[in-house]
Design a protein around this ligand. Structure first.
Ligand code: CTP
Ligand code: MG
Length: 242
């Protein structure tokens, strides 16, 4: 079967409804199955906005966002959700058990699949330690788990759906450096055939990305690998040094 999960942004310019100035201008890039594309840039640069356009949280007026060659404006959101998993910047857990939360995107998932996803997300340890395991209660908004545990449960929830495309919006920031490294190594094996787009704050999270996009004020100002950008991009050097 042909590889699925090719993402292409073609000259995308986007303004929020009612706003005059665009928050993204002329964004073009392609992310292919097996690749990791990282997006880095200061707060307010437009990273979350950029990710939100693939699952059609907003529709664009200018340019095109394509999934396997088809404009997402022609796909319904349920269809996109089957193929694209977004782990949002503020991951949301609802009131219910851990397993309810993990099965959110795939109700028919087996317990084995849930534990596999938790294992990759480095969340199996703390779930096992809980007296009720998968049946443990999560409070509304996930207030009875730590920020890092919440992030790992939301990553596991995305893994359970086995999508073609993963969008991680700053999903590793609440993890310590060692857990972040283990999680990404496990993720790399599990998502080897998937397309991965990662928004990150920490340089160490993205040094191995196939392509890094440096976003500044809604524009891609530089792109390349970590080594290339160290040579060519003053903006990237500033981020590395900060
Ligand atoms: N914005 C907006 N309306 C929204 C969301 C964001 O007008 N519903 C604006 C923000 O005020 C900001 C710009 O869009 O000026 C980009 O926001 P965002 O994409 O969220 O920036 P990030 O790069 O994701 O910033 P951060 O690192 O803080 O997450
Ligand atoms: Mg953001």
């Amino acid at each position: 079967a042909a590889l699925e999960g090719v993402v292409e942004y073609r000259n995308v310019t986007f303004a929020y409804p009612g706003a005059e100035a665009p928050v993204l201008s002329n964004i073009s890039f392609t992310a292919r199955p097996g690749e990791t594309v990282a997006i880095i840039g200061s707060t307010g640069a437009g990273k979350t906005s950029l990710l939100s356009l693939l699952p059609r949280l907003y529709d664009i007026a200018d340019g095109e966002v394509l999934l396997d060659g088809v404009s997402v404006s022609k796909l319904d959101r349920a269809e996109i959700t089957r193929r694209v998993a977004l782990v949002p910047q503020r991951p949301y857990l609802f009131s219910g058990t851990i397993e309810h939360n993990l099965r959110f995107g795939k109700p028919e998932a087996t317990d084995v699949e849930l534990w596999e996803a938790l294992h990759v997300a480095q969340g199996d340890g703390f779930v096992k330690e809980k007296k009720n395991g998968l049946a443990s209660r999560i409070a509304q908004g996930g207030t009875n788990v730590s920020g890092g545990q919440r992030q790992r449960l939301c990553i596991a929830r995305a893994l359970v759906t086995k999508p073609k495309v993963y969008l991680f919006d700053d999903s590793f920031s609440a993890l310590d450096v060692a857990t972040d490294a283990r999680l990404r190594a496990a993720l790399k094996r599990t998502t080897a055939d998937a397309t991965v787009i990662i928004v990150a704050q920490r340089i160490s999270t993205i040094t191995e990305a196939d392509q890094i996009l440096v976003l500044d004020n809604g524009r891609i100002v530089d792109r390349g690998t970590h080594d290339e950008l160290l040579e060519t991009s003053p903006t990237y050097q500033e981020i590395v040094e900060s």
